[in-house]
Ligand binder design. Structure first.
Ligand code: PGA
Length: 251
């Protein structure tokens, strides 16, 4: 599964160019394990959705965030609204930029996951530690705490986790792929032990993934894909990453 998180980037011209480049470079229409998704700013959802249909591409559109039950805020979008739009079946929840800049804590994020699950929107829950926490060997403790919101929740296989060390996001710094693999195994074990149905989720890696380093992550057993910010803004680069994923995972 490869997901583009465009964050607060994009324009009509950029989207047009993105799709022209993407379709020239992507092989086999990108058919891959799981799916390929783009999370554009909501205002551009129609442009992105129409481009996908027009070019007959194997891409899903994803919401970058959702309001929880108790957070019907000005500017926010609810799960009901996402459901009304054919364009959304997945939603990113708990991205570190929202945890930090919008003060979203475990309780708020839990609320959002609940709302997703109750409306058949598949959540992609982002978790990750700061550089300080990483240096002090606290990564697993932090991740376990962030995953604790799943206790007593009816987790289904619609849940995906994105492991995004905060210090790797947009910084050009990346953890060692072997360490990422170990962390992903840990995440799967923690969720499986919480899940009453014994479900282990897909776990994506996110944080400065590019077409140059993606193979080293995809080569690891427990890395099921990537959540990509900066490198997803260019259609050619994103298509290259999709191709690398498909070759590395050899489906
Ligand atoms: P990045 O962002 O790929 O630019 O590091 C990843 C993310 O924030 O999801």
């Amino acid at each position: 599964m490869i997901v583009a998180n465009w964050k607060c980037n994009g324009s009509k011209a950029m989207i047009d160019e993105w799709f022209q480049s993407y379709k020239k470079v992507v092989k086999n229409n990108g058919i891959c394990d799981g799916f390929i998704g783009i999370a554009p700013p909501t205002i551009f959802i129609n442009e992105v959705y129409n481009q996908i249909k027009k070019n007959n591409l194997n891409i899903d559109t994803i919401s970058q965030d959702i309001a929880g039950y108790t957070r019907k805020f000005t500017g926010a979008i609810s799960a009901d609204m996402l459901l009304e739009s054919d364009a959304y079946s997945f939603c990113i929840v708990g991205h570190s930029e929202r945890r930090i800049s919008y003060n979203e804590d475990n309780k708020i994020i839990q609320d959002k996951i609940r709302e997703c699950l109750s409306c058949d929107i598949n959540p992609i829950l982002c978790i990750g530690e700061t550089e300080e926490e990483n240096k002090h060997g606290k990564t697993k403790e932090i991740l376990e705490n962030q995953l604790s919101i799943l206790v007593n929740m009816a987790i289904t296989d619609s849940l995906t986790i994105a492991y995004e060390p905060i210090w790797a996001i947009g910084s050009g710094k990346t953890p060692n792929p072997k360490d990422v693999n170990e962390i992903h195994k840990f995440i799967k074990d923690v969720v499986q032990s919480i899940s009453t149905k014994n479900l282990a989720p897909l776990v994506l890696y996110g944080g400065s993934v590019t077409d140059k380093n993606s193979e080293s992550f995809f080569g690891e057993e427990f890395v099921d894909g990537a959540l990509i910010g900066g490198a997803s803004l260019d259609g050619t680069t994103f298509a290259k990453i999709v191709n690398i994923f498909n070759t590395t995972k050899k489906l």
